[in-house]
Design a protein around this ligand. Structure first.
Ligand code: PLP
Length: 398
């Protein structure tokens, strides 16, 4: 007899994981994977930050029973995150208008926010950038929303089609949820200037849109404060605001699943009501978050020496990416002078929309170099040993 499961079809493969599978199956020892979404150091390794190791040593010296955390997470973590995201002296923190709950990475924070919005703004549509992080659409659709694109990337200039973006924002219905990348846009690497953010904030406020800022790469662009500036500027407008942030990249803590969702309310009273409802979303999903990653991040952020160490280690990752962009562009100029890759230097964060076509990406794969079909490469996967190989291979397929 057929069971309830017998008619279930195979789900489509995740495009990025598909690259990893193909990469893993490649027997060429010189293979290079530029399709990844994590930061590698110059040795091609995912770093274990010293600030994390030191915090873990502190935690081991003070063994603690593994009780449940509160539904909203570790209080010290939520407080430290809120101060990092909004600033300890900001009006929203001082007036207790912001609430922050620990979440399972940035993805978990987005899902909490999506489920929360579906309960309290069920008829809103959601708008994501074209293109966006590949999970945004699926995540908001799975929460029950209709998801639309807003104009963002301009392939001709390798930058933002800002006029198009503004026109999209101005055409959105009041109450629409607009998902904005706070910094280091994934996948394109193309960010807005501060002047362009002014206009975006203005459009969001005048049209009565609900901004949902996704900050997965704070510190990978221009710096911790610089990358977070747009969040603070949105918070200062007084509009309802959601912010998801992640420490997967900035602490190199991918597998510990450490992130947070913050929501800004109009008053302390409203914030308390929001928190009580957000806790129900958490409670009915996974009850409460895990302990370890939150404790590590809270310890680092609240211990001055460790925090300084973190800022230095994060700066080193940021600088290495920048230098890699420079070297990559310089070497490509030597090998393929008729092609202009100067835009790669302007892009920020871990990724670059390299402008390589699907066909060129396929040809790179014949040389055991793996990139995403869209031409997205992870700049942090380049290093002093593989850069020449990659540049030679790209020059060959152009
Ligand atoms: N948002 C964006 C834009 C991302 O690029 C990512 C991760 O790649 C996430 C959210 C999810 O972060 P996490 O791995 O912490 O769930």
């Amino acid at each position: 007899n057929p069971s309830v499961f017998s008619a279930i079809e195979m789900a489509p493969r995740d495009p990025i994981l598909g690259i990893t599978e193909a990469f893993n199956a490649d027997t060429n020892p010189a293979k290079i994977n530029l399709g990844v979404g994590v930061y590698y150091d110059d040795n091609g390794k995912v770093p274990l930050l010293s600030c994390v190791q030191k915090a873990e040593n502190i935690l081991i010296e003070q063994p603690a029973p593994r009780t449940y955390l509160p539904i909203e997470g570790l209080a010290a973590y939520d407080k430290a995150v809120q101060e990092l995201v909004f600033g300890a002296d900001s009006a929203v923190v001082q007036e207790r208008r912001a609430i922050t709950v620990q979440a399972l990475g940035g993805t978990g924070a987005l899902k909490l926010g999506a489920d929360f919005l579906k309960r309290f703004s069920p008829s809103s549509d959601v708008y994501i950038s074209d293109p966006s992080w590949e999970n945004h659409r699926a995540l908001f659709e799975s929460a029950g929303f209709k998801v639309n694109n807003y104009t963002y990337y301009d392939a001709a200039t390798h930058g933002v089609n800002f006029e198009g973006m503004l026109a999209s924002l101005k055409a959105m219905p009041q109450g629409a949820v607009v998902v904005l990348h706070a910094c280091c846009h994934n996948p394109t690497g193309a960010d807005l200037t501060q002047q362009q953010w002014d206009q975006v904030i203005d459009a969001v406020v005048t049209r009565g849109l609900i901004p949902f800022l996704d900050m997965a790469y704070q510190g990978f662009g221009a710096g911790i404060a610089e990358d977070g500036a747009v969040v603070r500027r949105f918070a200062a407008t007084g509009v309802p605001l959601l912010v998801s942030n992640s420490f997967s990249k900035s602490f190199s803590l991918y597998g510990e699943r450490v992130g947070a969702l913050s929501v800004v309310a109009a008053s302390a009273d409203e914030a308390a009501r929001l928190l009580s409802q957000l806790k129900r979303v958490v409670r009915t999903n996974y009850s409460n978050p895990p302990v370890h990653g939150g404790k590590v991040v809270a310890t680092v952020l609240a211990t001055p020496e460790l925090r300084q160490l973190w800022e230095d280690e994060l700066a080193a990752m940021r600088v290495r990416i920048k230098e890699t962009r420079d070297t990559f562009v310089k070497k490509l100029k030597e090998k393929a002078p008729q092609h202009d890759f100067e835009f790669v230097r302007q892009q920020v964060g871990m990724f670059s929309y390299s402008g390589l076509t699907k066909e060129q990406v396929a040809k790179l794969r014949e040389q055991s170099i793996y990139a995403v079909d869209t031409g997205r490469i992870c700049v942090a996967a380049l290093n002093s040993r593989n850069l020449d190989t990659v540049v030679d291979a790209i020059a060959k397929v152009l």
